[in-house]
Structure formats: C-alpha cells, structure tokens
Write a new protein. Structure first.
Length: 221
C-alpha cells in the first residue's frame, strides 16, 4: 500500500523534486479525493493560463526591469521614470509549470530572464523616452521562484490539512466517509491565499539552480 498524502507532503519539501514532476501526483490525489476544484487548479497551473483574467494574483502584474540594447554595452537599464516603470515594467507570467521552472532553474541567482516588449508597447515607450534602441523587460529569478514557491506552498498546506483531517497513512483509495471528511478542503483559493501570506514561514524550498553538467548532460536518473 502507499501513503499518497504523506508522500506528496515529503516531496513538496524536497528541493531535488521538481514541481513539474510532482504535479501529476497531486492531480491524481485530488481526483482520488474527488476534489474537483483542486484538480482543476492544479491542471491550470501545470498547463498555464490562456489569459490574465483566469490567472491567480500571484502570477499577475509582476515587476520587471526595463532594459535597452546598447551597441557598445549590450543590455543596460533603460532611462525610464517611475510612471513609465509602472506602466510598462510589469507583466503576467501565464506559462505552465514546465516553462516557468525551466526558466527559473536555468537562471543564476541575482540574474533573470529577458522578455521582449510587444512591438506596439515598445514603440510607445521608445517615443516617450526618445530612444530607438530595442527595449525588453528583465524578470528576476526571484520573481519566477516566488510564483513556483507559492504553488508548492499551496499544495503543502493542502496536504497538511488532509493529514490533520485523518487522511494520512496508507491508502490505495479513499472511502466515501473519508472523502466526506475532506470535502471542505476542496478550495484551492484558500490554500494559495494562505501561501501568499505565510510563504516565508513554511518549509518550502526555492527552485534549485541547474548546474553546468546537468545543462550539458541532463538530469541524472
């Protein structure tokens, strides 16, 4: 027999277990419990969101740094004011877990990922700052990591509440009575909202940086 709730809780706290790899187990557990809302949220996170309005707030209106391409120095901070930063220097991260985690894992600490500004938005900002150089938004590794950590933390809080409700231990399936005990926990909103507030107090690891040999040869095993 297996202990799906306890096993998932342990995996969530293990930095070597990528979120992409444990999400299918979380989805399976939600389906075993008939937690339809939780399963839908987990799938949406796994696959990504088609539009900003469907995404939770921890994925939306995230800060970046506007940079400009210099022929002499490469990418450098663009000469923008606070109003322009607020208008053009924020974005939504709607990609699925695999893309977000890959980007984060491949960024070095203190670095980030450069995302091109849409042409219309770039032309508008170029005119405002009287600059013809290509413009982009640099999104920090910490911003990507914060999204991923919030998702991990929400799943962790869900597993902790399931264990508190008596659903830990060995199970190949859950009885109708057990599913009734856990029915009130089929509310992903409550868990990701708690995760946003409690994130720094939870035993959730940061997304680890992929080393040189992993990039060249892939992950072991």
């Amino acid at each position: 027999m297996s202990a799906p709730v306890n096993h998932l809780e342990e995996r969530i706290k293990d930095a070597t277990d990528m979120l992409e790899e444990l999400m299918p187990s979380a989805i399976t557990l939600a389906m075993m419990l008939r937690h339809r809302k939780m399963a839908a949220w987990l799938r949406a996170e796994f696959e990504g969101y088609s539009e900003p309005a469907k995404a939770p707030p921890y994925r939306r209106d995230l800060p970046g740094h506007i940079v400009a391409r210099s022929p002499q120095y490469g990418w450098i901070p663009a000469p923008v004011d606070e109003v322009q930063k607020a208008e053009h220097g924020r974005l939504d991260l709607l990609e699925g877990i695999r893309s977000l985690e890959k980007t984060c894992a491949n960024c070095k600490k203190g670095n980030g990922n450069r995302i091109a500004l849409p042409q219309e938005q770039m032309s508008e900002l170029q005119a405002q700052i009287n600059l013809s150089a290509e413009l982009a938004i640099n999104v920090s590794r910490d911003t990507y990591g914060g999204v991923l950590k919030t998702i991990r933390a929400a799943i962790y809080l869900w597993t902790r509440e399931l264990i508190a409700a008596g659903l830990g231990g060995e199970h190949n399936s859950f009885s109708e009575q057990e599913r009734k005990l856990a029915s009130a926990l089929d509310e992903p909103d409550q868990f990701w909202r708690r995760a946003m507030v409690e994130l720094d107090q939870l035993p959730i690891p940061d997304t680890r940086e992929i080393g040189f040999f992993e990039k060249v040869f892939g992950r072991a095993g």
